[in-house]
Design a protein around this ligand. Structure first.
Ligand SMILES: N=c1c2ncn([C@@H]3O[C@H](COP(=O)(O)OP(=O)(O)OP(=O)(O)O)[C@@H](O)[C@H]3O)c2ncn1[C@@H]1O[C@H](COP(=O)(O)O)[C@@H](O)[C@H]1O
Length: 107
């Protein structure tokens, strides 16, 4: 089975955003604005936390998929490319998490 990546999903979201008036869930979210997309992302984050605390594996996987989708829609709503987030992560690979945390405090 061909591997489906988060980039494939980001491309689908880009296509839905460009598709004008066609009815799609993504289009509906984007039409409601970035604040609405942020609220939906927050709801999905809470649902993911609940699934994790309950230690329900299948539920956590499903909520994680919802969360990633809503994360990408939120980035789209604010005009941020997934590649920008990856670049931010990439810059951190030369330092440990603790060093990265310390560097943020001095910003
Ligand atoms: N991966 C997803 C995906 N994950 C979650 N969701 C939707 O996100 C919503 C999240 O859930 P809620 O529980 O809050 O649902 P809800 O109460 O119906 O939501 P609201 O009415 O409050 O918006 C559900 O309606 C899910 O269907 C997704 N919708 C779309 N995708 C992908 O995006 C592609 C494009 O979708 P369309 O834009 O619909 O064509 C699809 O092919 C999928 O690959």
């Amino acid at each position: 089975m061909p591997r489906f990546t988060i980039h494939d999903l980001a491309e689908t979201i880009d296509a839905r955003a460009a598709a004008g008036g066609e009815a799609s869930y993504t289009r509906k979210l984007l039409d409601k604005g970035a604040e609405h997309c942020a609220k939906k992302f927050g709801e999905e984050a809470v649902e993911t936390v609940i699934a994790a605390v309950e230690n329900d594996r299948a539920h956590l996987v499903a909520e994680s998929a919802d969360l990633l989708y809503h994360f990408l829609v939120l980035l789209k709503a604010r005009g941020i490319k997934l590649e920008e987030v990856e670049a931010a992560l990439g810059k951190r690979t030369s330092m440990s998490g603790l060093e990265e945390k310390a560097s943020r405090k001095s910003d």
